[in-house]
Design a protein around this ligand. Structure first.
Ligand SMILES: [Zn+2]
Length: 232
């Protein structure tokens, strides 16, 4: 055992003993009031295998959690890896750094949150500029023109096409690669002609983007792993 277990004896607890592993790996035991320390220690020894497995699970969960954002963190933006740098001047990309303006001092506890908010604001602005440009590009290529392009933040949807041929795109797509963003754009444009996911729809998508299946997979992986792990 790495640390002594936290033992909580309870008057209301009659017989059963409950053992749990805390997020920091320490043990917590809930036991009836008169349980002896010796008994509890023997009980913990018996559960050694379970404790080890539980600690391993917790470590894996911990590793999956995104690290807090700080100056020097790397973020993905439209296929680029950018290093965050703070500025009190103009925001924007310079080489492989992204300069962001943040009001809170970097030492404050809420700094990671502040940085996240600043990053989201900046990314949304970029999405409003870049994604409609890409829609125009693909509209020209395909002859499929939406009546409107709306950049929004729907829950768990990357894009949609309404009955009136308005296309909505999730601003978070700007954090994916251009290939993935283009796939979503082309997918929605194809819905202007086909309001379904039947074979004719997919044939049209394939005609425009022969490697669409690869992009679809990339979108899935990105959406699971990365989706703004730093920016959500
Ligand atoms: Zn669709």
């Amino acid at each position: 055992m790495t640390t002594d277990p936290i033992i909580i004896r309870s008057k209301t607890r009659k017989r059963s003993v409950a053992l749990s592993v805390e997020p920091d790996g320490s043990l917590r035991v809930l036991a009836p009031e008169r349980t002896s320390l010796k008994w509890i220690k023997a009980f913990i020894d018996q559960k050694e295998g379970w404790i080890r497995r539980r600690r391993k699970e917790l470590t894996i969960q911990e590793q999956r959690r995104p690290a807090p954002l700080k100056e020097g963190s790397f973020i993905s933006f439209y296929g680029q890896k950018l290093r965050l740098v703070l500025t009190n001047q103009e925001e924007g990309i310079e080489g492989d750094t992204l300069k962001l303006r943040v009001s809170a001092p970097p030492t404050s506890e809420t700094f990671s949150e502040e940085l996240k908010i600043a990053l989201r604001l900046w990314a949304k602005q970029q999405a409003r500029r870049l994604l409609p440009e890409r829609v125009q590009y693909w509209a020209k290529q395909t002859g499929l023109s939406p009546t409107r392009v709306i950049i929004t933040a729907p829950q768990k949807r990357w894009g949609s096409c309404t009955a009136k041929d308005e296309i909505r795109l999730n601003w978070q797509l700007i954090m994916a690669s251009p290939e993935v963003a283009d796939y979503v754009i082309v997918h929605e444009l194809a819905h202007i002609r086909h309001k379904h996911h039947g074979p004719a729809f997919w044939r049209r998508v394939e005609k425009i983007l022969p490697d669409y299946k690869k992009r679809q997979k990339e979108l899935k992986v990105w959406a699971q792993n990365d989706v703004l792990s730093s920016c959500a």
